[in-house]
Design a protein around this ligand. Structure first.
Ligand code: FE2
Length: 345
């Protein structure tokens, strides 16, 4: 017994000695660092649209878009409070822009997606091109491109922002700067970008300048029509129904290098089988009602709700009416690093 105590003290004294030189024994932490399976602090959670919308309205009376730069309420994962993230690797925020407001131009190395939740008629301008956005549209602002938003319509506009903030932070590769004017100069005609890249074609002289899709607006109408056609002509997958991945139309790869984006349709009455994957996933409901059964909880969802499924936690999706779900995750990063896994339970 004395021998064990002596050994314990000897070891601790050794640890204390090397600690002052910033050295530490791996064997004391090995099994909490290299775990048998993903050990994410991310928790399943659902934000109800009615709550978030109400809080955004309140925020609209407290601060202008100009003053805030971006009037956004961050959806913080309950397992990651204070860390400005919805999963371990990704950020989610809900942004409100009121009629007549401008969210001024800036650029940063973080890539961003916008997924439109409410309203129509507001625009996003990226690199001198402007798109007008409607509910269900997916819009990209690529890394290090100037972007500003404005709302010339008569109704408030709300969208979900998804960014790779924690990934860029991990790599210490963050840069940001403001634009020289609030609204950037528009140098391209309306819908030119969509004409160039939105029809499975491209300009003959096009040379890629980045890994991000040159198409930066994916209208919901097209996506919805595609899913409906698939539903009419085939059986749904047992876990995810009818599911499509947004692509870079030139390479066929992911639309964004760091964030994978998807849209799926769960037909009315669908009861999905158990599924898990290593990419923690953020879901935003476009249409319909249903449930996500995960970790002993049932997350009942309706239109515009947002919910999170953490890495490697099995879940099942069910739909009462036809349900359409947008989702995003860090899958492109995991695949680039040969890390991604999935399993049907
Ligand atoms: Fe931004």
């Amino acid at each position: 017994m004395q021998a064990v105590q002596d050994q314990k003290e000897l070891r601790q004294s050794f640890y204390d000695k090397i600690d002052s030189s910033n050295v530490t024994p791996l064997w004391e932490v090995l099994h909490s660092v290299i775990t048998r399976e993903p050990n994410t602090p991310c928790l399943p959670y659902l934000w109800k649209w009615a709550d978030v919308q109400g809080w955004l309205e309140e925020a609209g009376g407290l601060i202008t878009a100009q003053e805030a730069e971006r009037r956004v309420l961050v959806l913080e994962n309950p397992g990651l409070r204070g860390r400005t993230r919805v999963t371990h690797s990704l950020y989610a925020g809900m942004q409100l822009i009121l009629p007549g407001e401008v969210a001024p131009a800036h650029r940063h190395t973080q890539s961003a997606l916008r997924f439109i939740m409410q309203g129509s008629g507001a625009y996003t301008a990226v690199n001198g091109e402007k798109v007008t956005m409607s509910v269900g549209d997916f819009v990209i602002t690529p890394s290090w491109t100037f972007h500003d938003h404005g709302n010339p319509s008569s109704e408030p506009m709300i969208w979900l922002d998804g960014l790779d903030v924690p990934i860029v932070e991990l790599l210490d590769a963050q840069f940001m700067e403001g634009g020289s004017q609030a609204s950037q100069e528009i140098t391209s005609g309306a819908n030119v970008n969509f004409a160039e890249f939105g029809h499975t074609m491209k300009p003959v002289s096009y040379q890629p300048r980045s890994q991000t899709s040159p198409l930066f607006w994916y209208p919901y109408e097209r996506t919805r029509e595609a899913l409906e056609t698939l539903k009419q002509h085939g059986e749904p997958h047992s876990c995810w129904g009818y599911k499509l991945q947004y692509t870079n139309p030139v390479t066929g790869g992911w639309a964004m290098p760091s964030i994978g984006t998807f849209m799926q349709l769960l037909p009315a009455g669908f009861k999905g089988g158990g599924y898990r994957s290593t990419d923690s996933t953020v879901y935003a409901v476009v249409e319909g009602t249903g449930r996500c059964i995960i970790g002993g909880q049932t997350l009942a969802f309706g239109p515009k709700d947002v919910f999170v499924c953490p890495s490697w936690m099995p879940y099942q999706l069910e739909a009462d009416s036809d349900a359409v779900l947008f989702s995003y995750s860090d899958r492109p990063v995991q695949q680039a690093l040969d890390l991604w896994r999935e399993a049907i339970i």
